[in-house]
Design a protein around this ligand. Sequence first.
Ligand code: ZN
Length: 332
Amino acid sequence: MTSYKELGLVNTREMFKKAVDGGYAIPAFNFNTLEQMQAIVQAAVETKSPVIMQVSKGARNYANGTILRYMAQGAVEYAKELGCPNPQIVLHLDHGDTFELCKDCIDNGFSSVMIDGSSLPYEENIALTKKVVEYAHKYDVTVEAELGVLAGVEDEVASEVSHYTKPEEVIDFSTRSGCDSLAISIGTSHGAYKFTPEQCTRDPKTGKLVPPPLAFDILHEIEKKLPGFPIVLHGSSSVPQDEVDTINKYGGKLPDAVGIPEEQLREASKSAVCKINIDSDSRLAMTAAIRKHFVENPSHFDPRQYLKPARENMKKMYIHKIVDVLGSNDKL
Ligand SMILES: [Zn+2]
């Protein structure tokens, strides 16, 4: 058993309380490479932001759970080295799908886990979440649950249609499951293709797709039912069109990729939404920088030559999210 406390990590409890009270949201960035980790830590330190570094099951399979634990420990020490004496870093499991996976993460240094029972019948979702909560709370690990189904594809999580969270269920669900935070479905979606062209309208000036708006009425109803309770938004990348254009210009093929407009996320951050998950934007920033570098420097073959601009581009994106969208800067 390795407690996250030995690694210098924190759980989400205090962090979320401050975020809800302060009207901002904590960034939850997915990572599985060294360069993503470095870029996340640099961005968090430079902006004095708390940060959630999260790992999906697929990322854990890719990078190895033991290595990721040491990377998270390394992230804490790196933040201190960069001049942040008390970094607030969470190591979180994204979309845990079984009790066993959550337990394994809790036993190996994670400070927070998500148990995603959203595809199960309601009572089974409560029972599974409760089982994880009972184990996690013994070790002061916080638990995110999910109610409602998001559309889109994220690693092994995929659904074709979304089902909005039913506000009438949230009190019963959170009380009986004991979860510490709740991921809800109000129209965000996983991946870089969040909406089909049919679901969108087209901006006549640019020809770009404009996605349907988030269901803020449902969010506000949930807030009324659970005042001050931490709410989480998944699938909240904005799919920046300049990165998509760069990818397409330098040999990529991402037609009609579309995300959540940042002004809507900015509005959500001011509500009880206190954790916003961003994964695709980091993938796009990395890929855009690498594709550009390859085309402009065909003789380069040292990975550091193209991973350095990739890291810089991700860091720029992370800082932008923290400062311009979530408002979690200057909170340490
Ligand atoms: Zn998700």
